[in-house]
Ligand binder design. Structure first.
Ligand code: TMO
Length: 322
């Protein structure tokens, strides 16, 4: 009797070990070299990078998050030091991305549904102070309104800590404005709130999708419409001498790119990545988790993962499911 009992316990124990192993162990066939995912410095990108990493982990891959500026990332991607960028913005990164894609030094993992725009922006009340906005030609009539002690008599344009074409555009369109860049992206919103509290004129860098979309009423400046000729042919547009006498694309793409060996090294991560797809509302939401609701980036990613199980599991090809 005793012997039988012990045997049953042992068999049950073995079964539990086997069963729990088969459902939790990492598949031995998966490459355990970590996938190095780029972390930049604006909220939607950081949260999306972490969401993507969490999805890869459920496939049995190892993941590392590596901080890089959007300028430095290109060299590190093409030299396989970093492996994935989840948000390439057409407005300001297309030139570099397209060069590397054409040279086959990075790989296109497809576009998100989101349509993007990065441009000079102002809160709605500024329109009453500077009639004619959002047309860019109104800017010079009120440049002094936007002046600060550092920029007077020129107007202040508050830029982000990213390399954009603002300096060349100010020159090409003869704008009476001077750019000052904040050190951290979040400082843009601190300055915006300060100006809004006193209804002071302000024009600053903003983009969509961003959490700002849902929170503040405002508009982008309408510069001459973007066309590739504007960045390649000096004679094009208002200035016959300078490039960039136009705005950024108003309907830009948002792309995922990887290092060249990514599809071979982590095939199921790559086929899942191609299906990962965020639209404008989804990106605004994950940015707001951080910038409005004060969650950490990790908490925001976890919250999204927990509340969108069905959607992200549908991105995993059946042949890659565990
Ligand atoms: C790339 N960014 C959204 C900061 O313009």
């Amino acid at each position: 009797m005793e012997g039988f009992k012990i045997k049953t316990i042992i068999i049950t124990f073995i079964l539990v070990v086997i069963l729990s192993n088969s459902s939790h162990a990492l598949p031995v066939s998966k490459n355990q070299k970590p996938i190095k995912i780029i972390i930049n410095d604006w909220s939607s990108q950081i949260v999306l990078a972490k969401i993507t990493g969490e999805i890869f982990k459920t496939l049995g891959y190892k993941v590392e998050y590596i901080q890089s500026s959007s300028n430095d990332q290109w060299f590190r991607l093409k030299s396989e030091k970093l492996h994935l960028q989840v948000e390439v913005w057409e407005g300001t990164m297309a030139v570099k991305a397209n060069q590397l894609l054409e040279a086959k030094r990075i790989i296109d993992a497809g576009n998100h549904d989101a349509k993007t725009r990065e441009e000079w922006w102002y809160p709605s009340y500024v329109e009453e102070l500077c009639p004619g906005l959002p047309d860019w030609k109104a800017l010079n009539n009120c440049a002094e309104l936007f002046a600060t002690p550092e920029t007077a008599p020129k107007g202040l344009y508050l830029g982000g800590p990213w390399e954009k074409r603002d300096t060349v555009r100010i020159r090409a369109l003869s704008l009476d404005f001077k750019i000052i860049r904040v050190k951290h992206g979040d400082d843009l919103w601190l300055e915006l709130e300060k100006a809004m509290a006193k209804k002071q004129p302000i024009v600053l860098f903003n983009w969509t999708p961003n959490w700002v979309d849902a929170r503040y009423d405002g508009k982008f400046i309408e510069f001459p419409e973007y066309t590739p000729a504007c960045e390649t042919i000096p004679e094009w547009g208002k200035s016959k001498k300078w490039l960039w006498d136009c705005g950024n694309p108003t309907d830009g793409w948002l792309k995922k790119v990887t290092s060249v060996n990514f599809p071979n090294d982590w095939p199921c991560a790559f086929s899942t990545l191609k299906n990962i797809n965020f639209n404008n509302e989804m990106l605004s939401e994950i940015a707001a988790f951080v910038d409005v609701n004060s969650l950490s980036y990790d908490e925001a990613a976890k919250l999204w993962i927990n509340s969108n199980q069905k959607l992200w599991r549908s991105w995993i090809p059946v042949s890659c499911e565990k």
